[in-house]
Design a protein around this ligand. Sequence first.
Ligand code: PBG
Length: 336
Amino acid sequence: MSKSLHRGAFPATRMRRLRANDFSRRLMRENQLTVNDLIYPMFVCEGSNERQAVGSMPGIERLSIDLLVAEAKQLAALGIPAIALFPVVGADKKSLFAEEAYNPDGLAQRAIKAIKDATPELGIITDVALDPYTTHGQDGIIDASGYVLNDRTVETLCKQAEAQANAGADIVAPSDMMDGRIGAIRHTLESNGHINTCILSYAAKYASAYYGPFRDAVGSAGNLGSGNKYNYQMDPANSDEALHECALDLAEGADMIMVKPGMPYLDIIRRVKDELAVPTYAYQVSGEYAMHCAAFQNGWLDKNSVMAESLLAFKRAGADGILTYFAKDMALLLNN
Ligand code: PBG
């Protein structure tokens, strides 16, 4: 240890000085989580006054459109900027070619219209992917061997994104991981007058085991069975590949990019933010939510403080916003 650092018996720098009082801890705080950072994922189902609990996601429900609209008003009042909408599609609406995905009167499209009419100030982010609509639970259209066909799927994704934009979606968010879909969707939107519809690309989406509770929530788990998404979602071992994916999607016209899952991939958020410096979002996914809730329910972790710490970590990693099933609870906590 050099002399300048150590004078006699005393440390020259005492890191604890600034930590000693609340005022100085506040002055030196580098990051802050606000309600503006929160995006709430929501599940919509058919029916009226219908409310279904999701077993593996305590506190999260599938809501029919009427209840969803009422909830959306509350979220807007809390100051939450946007929601991400996921439809729970009945077995009778699923098919090999996922035609229901672009039905102008389909559940997702009706939900978008209803929320936009009631709460125009609330941003609506829609999921562009075919898994709710396919009989096999894959995100695209498959060939006889079960392989997801890239370019054939992209054609359908374009129709889906256009149907969502026509219904009033503010941000379309392709979560399917097909190649070239951002460019194709951008072209479709521009050609149809939707020049201000944003694209949030799930650019670095990993083939993660943390999506399990979500697949229960939307009812695609049974359809997917023992299938997996390894030939389109990313290998959790990779990091450079995430930068490559993000750069491609930005070049094709994405306005915002997403890293998913969240907490196990904070290193990816930091790399993307440092190297690309664009609006970057993180998804604290269903499995992350489920494991937190399990610990809260057992009394093993304190809910409010752990929830807040987990979300602040995304800000520190460089995220501009977080999709999280805690969005509503966190907004309530921040507003108090
Ligand atoms: C499907 C989609 C998934 C999620 C969002 N969109 C699941 C998957 O890729 O299998 C997961 C979200 C979560 O786990 O919270 N396109």
